[in-house]
Design a binder for this molecule. Structure first.
Ligand SMILES: Nc1nc2c(ncn2[C@@H]2O[C@H](COP(=O)(O)OP(=O)(O)OP(=O)(O)O)[C@@H](O)[C@H]2O)c(=O)[nH]1
Ligand SMILES: [Mg+2]
Length: 272
């Protein structure tokens, strides 16, 4: 709890019994509710989570986005924090980021991962993929995100109804950020965090498959936004039906997004 705001930490899990044992042993006191989404795991993920007092919800349909949708629906906090169950994201930064939401009036914070050591080849390949996705995101949507693939976000639960987030898979991470950044009712910012560049347990990411899917998703979404824009500007005569929150960026939005980042340097390695 922070200043009367209830905080939920939502963790999507597919076979993460190892990571959860490390993560759940160290939950900061600012977190009121830990919600583990068991995404049809075949290991003891659910049992481990319960043994640490976490709430467990079960999502039978595999997929990172599916797991998060279920987690968001079930979270009871006013503020939702998220992270993978692999021990890479800093639990100790949650308090500082929750404080930024409540004290500085942000609705949505996404994080930029700063790795804590030199990259090996496998993480270099991911890094290269991230660079391609980040550049594509910036060009197609004109949002100034530096890390479109980070899985740690802190936001007010109330904004979810404003955002059209529905991808069932890994692309949901970039979808959520793009939706938040393009929505004029959502005050969004990206803040750096220190990131442990080594995972506990086995990775669930298929670097090439998920990378190409995410890239294809960006072009698809850009095309859908364009159609929605044309639909809106011809008074709805065109037969395209898309969610109303989709909005094309304008020059003004871009300037606003820039100013959103004015306080980006509030980064402290030690957390709050
Ligand atoms: N990829 C994937 N992750 C899932 C799924 N369901 C739940 N998850 C969880 O979502 C989180 C993200 O998966 P990760 O394997 O960490 O993917 P990543 O962070 O892109 O890749 P790493 O750098 O290897 O950690 C983990 O906590 C997974 O257990 C699913 O169907 N697919
Ligand atoms: Mg991960």
């Amino acid at each position: 709890m922070y200043r009367g705001y209830k905080v939920s930490l939502v963790i999507p899990c597919y076979n993460e019994e190892e990571g959860l044992q490390v993560l759940l042993a160290d939950i900061p006191s600012v977190v009121d509710e830990v919600l583990v989404v068991d995404n049809n795991s075949t290991d003891t993920t659910g049992a481990v989570a319960r043994s640490f007092g976490a709430r467990v919800v079960f999502e039978p349909n595999k997929g990172y986005g599916n797991a998060y949708q279920t987690g968001f629906e079930n979270a009871t906090g006013d503020i939702i924090a998220t992270m993978d169950a692999d021990g890479m994201y800093p639990l100790e930064s949650i308090r500082r980021l929750v404080k930024t939401v409540t004290n500085e009036g942000y609705d949505f914070i996404t994080t930029r991962r700063i790795p804590d050591r030199r990259r090996n080849f496998s993480s270099f390949l991911r890094y290269f993929g991230d660079v391609v996705l980040n550049i594509t995101t910036r060009i197609l949507f004109r949002v100034k995100l530096k890390d479109s693939q980070s899985g740690m976000w802190i936001f007010k639960k109330s904004i979810l109804k404003l955002l059209n987030v529905k991808d069932p898979g890994m692309a949901m991470s970039q979808e959520l950020k793009i939706e938040a950044y393009l929505n004029p009712e959502v005050k969004a910012i990206e803040i750096p965090i220190l990131y442990r560049d080594e995972r506990i347990g086995k990775s669930k990411l298929s670097v090439w498959r998920d990378g190409f899917r995410n890239l294809a998703y960006l072009f698809r979404k850009r095309w859908q936004n364009r159609c929605a824009h044309e639909y809106a500007s011809d008074g709805g005569k065109t037969k395209t039906t898309l969610h109303q929150s989709v909005k094309l960026p304008t020059t003004t939005d871009f300037n606003e997004t820039e100013s959103n980042h004015a306080s980006e340097n509030i980064y402290h390695h030690s957390g709050a």
